[in-house]
Design a protein around this ligand. Sequence first.
Ligand code: ADP
Ligand code: ADP
Length: 225
Amino acid sequence: VTKIQISEVGKRYEGRNPVEALSDVTLTVDDSEFVCLVGPSGCGKSTLLRMIMGLHRPSAGTVDVFADDPVLPPTAMVFQDYSIFPWKTVEQNVRFGFEGRRLPRAECDARVDKWLERLGLSQFRRAYPAALSGGMRQRVSIARALAVEPEVLLMDEPFAALDAQLRRVLQEELLALWQQDRRTVVFVTHSLEEAILLGDRIVVMSARPGRIIADIRVPFDRPRS
Ligand code: ADP
Ligand code: ADP
């Protein structure tokens, strides 16, 4: 089943120095695929993610996300710099994913509990982000995104700000979560190593303008390390 259909997309940022961020990008992502988008800085990875999320409109072509849940948004994003609210507790941050949505209270509570538990955050639910390590804070943003149980999880270099050891731990945790609960993931990284570890499909982009130059399917039951 197709989840994301990107057809002949171009994106130009206008301004004094216009940038052709993407040119003729076509990509179909199926249900439950873990796609890593890899390429050098400036090749348009974030631009593509933001278009999938509906934050940016393409200058040419179309981007469609196919989803059937009318209540919750089809996509949720995890950013590089743990974009969690410092004035909210861990639990309130995770709950924030439901703000303004008509999801029954009991269902919100159940999901918050479930995803705090799965990310190892239960004992920190009343803590504020300032009291947490960088890794814990990034777990909060992952829990917030996953609590929405989005049809498409978008991750923009989510581990880039972590040290190598912690990055490795969170990569393993993400894989374990995904193996339990396969959903469509588009994961942006500039690290080919990370893409090989995580992705069952690796889409390689080049810059100026941003284009897809390779699309590789990796057997997903391979040894991961
Ligand atoms: P990546 O995520 O691969 O580093 P980006 O999507 O951030 O690439 O950027 C692609 C190109 O578009 C870069 O040249 C970048 O400078 C430019 N760009 C990104 N966002 C904007 C913007 N809001 N306004 C103007 N140019 C932008
Ligand atoms: P990344 O490479 O991590 O995707 P960037 O450092 O390229 O991020 O961009 C950070 C932010 O700045 C983004 O919101 C992007 O849209 C914006 N941006 C990037 N390049 C430009 C640009 N040339 N002009 C205006 N905004 C830009």
